[in-house]
Design a protein around this ligand. Structure first.
Ligand SMILES: [Zn+2]
Length: 175
C-alpha cells in the first residue's frame, strides 16, 4: 500500500497523540494514587470553635473513642483570643480516614446534649400545670461539693423538674 506523505503524517500524529493520551492517563493515575496516599495521613479540619476549651472537650470525646485529634491555631488563639473569630476559630483536626466517624461522634454528642437540655417530653409542672419546665437534678450541687470535699457520694441526687413559669422544683417519682 502506498500512502501519501500527508496520510503518513496523519497516521504518525494519531499514533503520537494516542501515546500521549495514554501517557497522560498514566500520569493522572499516578497523581491520583499519590494524592490518595497523601490523604490517608492528611489532617482534615472537622470543626471550628471560638474558644480552645471547647476544642479540648471535643478532642477528649474523640480521644475516648480512640480517635486521635489535633487542635490547630490554639497558641495563636490563646495569645490573641479577641481575634479568634477573625482567624476562623480553633480548628479541630483528625486524620482523613477518621473524618466520618469523628463527625458522627460529635453530631451524636450534640444531639445528646440537646435532648438533655430541652428534654424529649417535658412533664407538666404539678404546681401550676405549665409545660415550660426542665429536668433538674435536685441536690446535684451539694452532692458535687460534698464529693469534692470528702471524696464520697454522701448526697443522693434525685431527678426532678423545675418550672420556668412558677419556679417550683418538684421531685419526680422514682421509677
Ligand atoms: Zn409551675
Amino acid at each position: 500500500m502506498i500512502i501519501s506523505g500527508a496520510d503518513w503524517f496523519k497516521q504518525g500524529a494519531v499514533r503520537d497523540s494516542r501515546r500521549s493520551v495514554d501517557e497522560m492517563h498514566a500520569m493522572l493515575e499516578s497523581a491520583e494514587t499519590y494524592q490518595r496516599d497523601q490523604e490517608v495521613s492528611m489532617l482534615v479540619t472537622i470543626a471550628r470553635y471560638t474558644y480552645p476549651y471547647e476544642a479540648q472537650i471535643a478532642r477528649a470525646l474523640l480521644d475516648s473513642e480512640g480517635i486521635e485529634a489535633f487542635i490547630a491555631d490554639e497558641q495563636t488563639i490563646n495569645m490573641q483570643w479577641l481575634y479568634s473569630d477573625a482567624l476562623g476559630g480553633v480548628r479541630l483536626q483528625v486524620l482523613a480516614e477518621d473524618r466520618e466517624r469523628a463527625l458522627r461522634l460529635l453530631q451524636e454528642d450534640r444531639e445528646t446534649a440537646l435532648v438533655e437540655q430541652e428534654g424529649d417530653d417535658r412533664p407538666a409542672c404539678p404546681v401550676c400545670g405549665s409545660r415550660d419546665t426542665e429536668y433538674y437534678q435536685i441536690g446535684r450541687r451539694w452532692a458535687f461539693l460534698v464529693f469534692l470535699a470528702i471524696d464520697f457520694p454522701l448526697y443522693r441526687v434525685r431527678d426532678g423538674i423545675r418550672c420556668h413559669a412558677c419556679g417550683a422544683i418538684t421531685e419526680l417519682p422514682s421509677s
